[in-house]
Design a protein around this ligand. Structure first.
Ligand code: PLP
Ligand code: COI
Length: 364
């Protein structure tokens, strides 16, 4: 990491959305439909290194049709949020963890690794420039999407020499329609998301492209998300299309699949493990099979399940469906442990509870 604070040029646009229109848009943002006035961009060239860091008007990219990303999908991204604090200030949540994961995703995809201080500085610069776009309603936040694409003009399969990194921002409410209500999950027993040695632990676009068919199948079956099983035995629960998963048992303990390289190491997952242990709860990072999930839900040994991620926050799972499975979790409604963990996480993120672990990165 460089010693000096990276310099990012700020060029504010003159034709920003008018305040009254912005306030109207912030009333009911949905998820990922509305975007702020600016974006941050940084370029990488092997001779110049990381250069041309700036915040500019959000606009289209000009891409050569031979840019490697368009052919071999060398692309990675991150998901994080800026929250409005009770004193009117704003904060990021564990941006250092996103910066680290972005670097490890880059390494897996043979891409240039953006220094972590530059990642954080670029996100900070965009949020400061577009700070009026951070919604203040409870449950709403400014979703930030840092991403990087391979821009070298070539058709041979090889790691690109050049990259474009960018951050865009989108005011968001709940990820799932209906807010806090429990979701229904589709068990994908035919499609897998990631195999040992593959890219499951990297946040690369290709993982999501490969999950869309299963997600569409689930949607046709009336489900909100897909749960993927391991690619080898088709038995062990891995994660959802865009979230990690937790199981809560009648004895008060929690379990979540271990990070064995095929699932995304979620920052929400990690935070919830810490918060649950702070509450004195036992958390196991151990494999759990789909058949056991069904048996335990039916016997009452398992009382709650939830999905978690930056976009989903903590979302209770009410029902699970598949070609060979059908069961309800508890009474199909949000459970008490799930709600307690969700509140504990959100209270820290929104500055209502003490930040014991130093997770907030306040922007003032
Ligand atoms: N798993 C997948 C596949 C995801 O897309 C996400 C979302 O980012 C997560 C898990 C949760 O990760 P995080 O809590 O860092 O947002
Ligand atoms: C996130 O939670 O940040 C993600 O990237 C997941 C995606 C489904 C929006």
């Amino acid at each position: 990491m460089s010693q000096d604070k990276p310099t990012i040029l700020i060029e504010r646009r003159a034709d920003a959305v008018a305040p009254a229109e912005r306030e109207r848009l912030l009333q009911d943002p949905g998820f990922g439909r509305i975007f702020t006035d600016h974006m941050a961009t940084i370029r990488f060239h092997p001779e110049r290194g990381w250069h041309d860091a700036k915040v500019v008007a959000r606009s289209e990219f000009a891409l050569n049709p031979s840019a490697l990303v368009l052919h071999y999908a060398q692309e990675i991204f991150e998901g994080m949020k800026a929250y409005r604090l009770p004193d009117g200030g704003a904060t990021l949540f564990r941006p250092d963890a996103n910066a680290r994961r972005f670097r490890s995703s880059a390494a897996r995809m043979a891409m240039a690794e953006l220094p972590e201080d530059l990642f954080i500085a670029s996100v900070e610069a965009l949020v400061r420039t577009d700070s009026d776009w951070i919604p203040s309603a409870d449950g709403a936040s400014l979703y930030l999407r840092p991403f990087m694409i391979a821009t070298e003009v070539a058709l041979g399969t090889k790691p690109s020499a050049e990259y474009l990194y960018a951050v865009i921002a989108s005011p968001v409410g709940a990820y799932f329609k209906g807010g806090a209500a429990a979701v229904t999950i589709w068990v994908s027993d035919n499609y897998t998301r990631a195999a040992p040695g593959g890219t499951g632990a990297a946040k690369c676009g290709g993982n999501y492209a490969a999950s869309l068919q299963a997600q569409a199948e689930g949607a046709r079956e009336g489900c909100d998300q897909v749960v993927f099983l391991d690619a080898v035995e088709r038995r062990w629960i891995e994660e959802l299309g865009g979230m990690n998963v937790f199981f809560v048992f009648a004895d008060g303990s929690l379990q979540t699949p271990p990070l064995t390289g095929t699932i995304l190491p979620g920052i929400t997952r990690d935070s919830l493990i810490t918060l649950a242990r702070d509450m004195g709860l036992t958390v196991r990072e151990e494999p759990y099979s789909i058949d056991q999930w069904q048996a335990d839900a039916k016997s009452g040994k398992l009382t709650e399940s939830f999905a978690c991620g930056t976009a989903a926050v903590v979302t209770p799972i009410g029902h699970v469906k598949g070609r060979k499975h059908a069961f309800t979790i508890g009474d199909g409604k949000p459970g008490a442990v799930t709600e307690r963990l969700k509140a504990a996480l959100q209270d820290i993120q929104r500055g209502r509870a003490e930040d014991k672990h130093g997770w907030l990165h306040k922007l003032g």
